[in-house]
Write a protein that binds this ligand. Structure first.
Ligand code: ADP
Ligand code: ASP
Ligand code: MG
Length: 407
């Protein structure tokens, strides 16, 4: 008997009708002879609704309390799905994260899974029961409920698949696979049959929310066979593959974008040793993650130091730096939270020069000014003004002909 972990996202659990479709997917797998462990998200919109409730209650809810609230969304889902399955005569047992014992660290709101107890679930599966597990949540050492960050049910699913040594982890969602870019932004986006693990990691970390980044990291670490599929349409979906060398590689596999960035520049700082540390040290101490960093010396040994942070951290970071600007002998502090990051990703670019210049030329042709650039072996990212997001993504998708499948 093979074992599948099937995860259903918010839209899939969004209404009684779509839950029936979920039931269909689960029973199909079961009827085909597979053991099935299901992971579910909260009904679509529910996590946002709960967040709003909290912010209407108090201005700054504490993460520990938020976790107690937000985890209820997934608890509703496991109950509803268990009811629907049982009504059809399917033996089933539901589990919250704490009931499974999905142990996490105590970083409330962004907890990491440490380990998963599988004894009870394995006993259920052996007895022919379907298990339905609440995604996105766990429990820390002292018994407090934790959550894994937005989109965290993907990570629950992959971690559970790793713990159970499942044959495949299937992420069912509202699109039928991983596309060359978000199909809601570019209608000519094409579903990929396969994407390499490395590319998927970059896509997820650069903004493609189809898989939470940590779920991809987990899949890599434990070599979990991972597939993205549609709940609503039949099809093979997209396989995240680990053997990239055997495959014919396209230069670029996909375009990802991130709307959540903001850019900050400390203007005209004296170019001395230790300046980067002086600027970024307090920011790191405040637990703010810095993404891109650029430093360039301009005239007379003064340097402009520019970096990006998450938009939610923009105001706090500006407030943190403002009083230090004079102390550092800098001329000014300027920021912009109306920027976005667009990235082209592909393992094929490793062996080809000139991808970056093709990209910059295409953006220039459309009059899109590039504000920052960063590259790695398999990706090129640019920061541009927010108003150019759609044009930029479409332009690059067209330029690299991503709508056409490579031979
Ligand atoms: P779920 O609720 O099932 O977890 P999400 O909304 O988290 O679903 O993720 C699915 C969405 O990801 C799609 O509806 C799509 O708009 C978006 N998306 C962004 N980039 C991509 C991509 N490259 N391929 C497929 N979907 C993408
Ligand atoms: N319900 C959570 C969220 O909306 C987790 C998830 O959907 O994966 O982020
Ligand atoms: Mg998701």
């Amino acid at each position: 008997m093979s074992l599948l972990v099937q995860k259903f996202g918010g839209t899939s659990m969004g209404s009684p009708e779509s839950i029936k479709q979920v039931v269909k997917r689960v029973t199909q797998a079961r009827d085909a002879g597979h053991g099935v462990a299901v992971v579910v998200s909260a009904m679509s919109g529910e996590t946002n609704r709960l967040l709003e409730l909290a912010h209407n209650m108090v201005t700054a809810p504490v993460a520990e309390d938020l976790d107690v609230l937000l985890s209820t969304g997934e608890q509703v889902s496991i109950a509803l799905l268990a009811m629907a399955l049982r009504e059809l005569g399917v033996p089933v047992r539901s589990y919250t994260g704490a009931q499974v014992t999905i142990r996490t660290d105590n970083t409330h709101g962004k907890a990491r899974i440490l380990d998963i107890e599988t004894d009870n679930i394995e006993a259920d599966l052996t007895a022919g029961r379907v298990v339905v597990v609440a995604g996105f949540q766990g429990v820390e050492e002292s018994g407090r409920i934790t959550t894994l960050g937005r989109g965290g049910s993907d990570t629950t699913a992959v971690a559970l698949a790793a713990a159970l040594k499942a044959d495949e982890c299937q992420i069912f969602t509202d699109v039928d696979g991983v596309y060359t870019t978000d199909p809601r932004m570019v209608s000519s986006a094409r579903r990929l049959e396969r994407i390499t693990f490395e590319e998927m990691l970059e896509m997820a970390s650069l903004g493609a929310r189809v898989l939470q980044i940590r779920s991809v990291e987990f899949a890599g670490k434990y070599q979990v066979p991972l597939r993205v599929l549609s709940t609503f349409e039949d099809g093979p979906g997209t396989l995240i593959s680990f053997e990239d060398s055997a495959m014919e590689q396209a230069l670029i596999s996909g375009i990802a974008f991130n709307r959540d960035e903001a850019k900050i520049t400390v203007v005209g700082v004296p170019d001395q040793p230790g300046i980067a540390h002086r600027i970024l040290g307090p920011i790191a101490a405040a637990n703010v993650e810095v993404d891109m960093i650029i430093q360039n010396v301009s005239e007379s040994d003064l340097t402009d130091f520019t970096f990006t942070v998450h938009r939610n951290d923009y105001a706090a970071t500006m407030a943190l730096l403002r009083p230090q600007v004079r102390e550092m002998g800098a001329r000014d502090l300027v920021g912009d939270d109306r920027i976005v990051k667009i990235s082209a990703i592909g393992v094929g670019m490793r062996s080809h020069a000139g991808i970056a210049s093709t990209m910059f030329e295409a953006l220039a042709r459309e009059g899109i000014n590039i504000r920052m650039i960063s590259t790695s072996e398999i990706k090129i990212s640019v920061v541009v003004d927010e108003k150019y997001l759609e044009l930029g993504v479409r332009t690059l998708h067209d330029t690299f002909q991503l709508d056409i499948a490579p031979e």
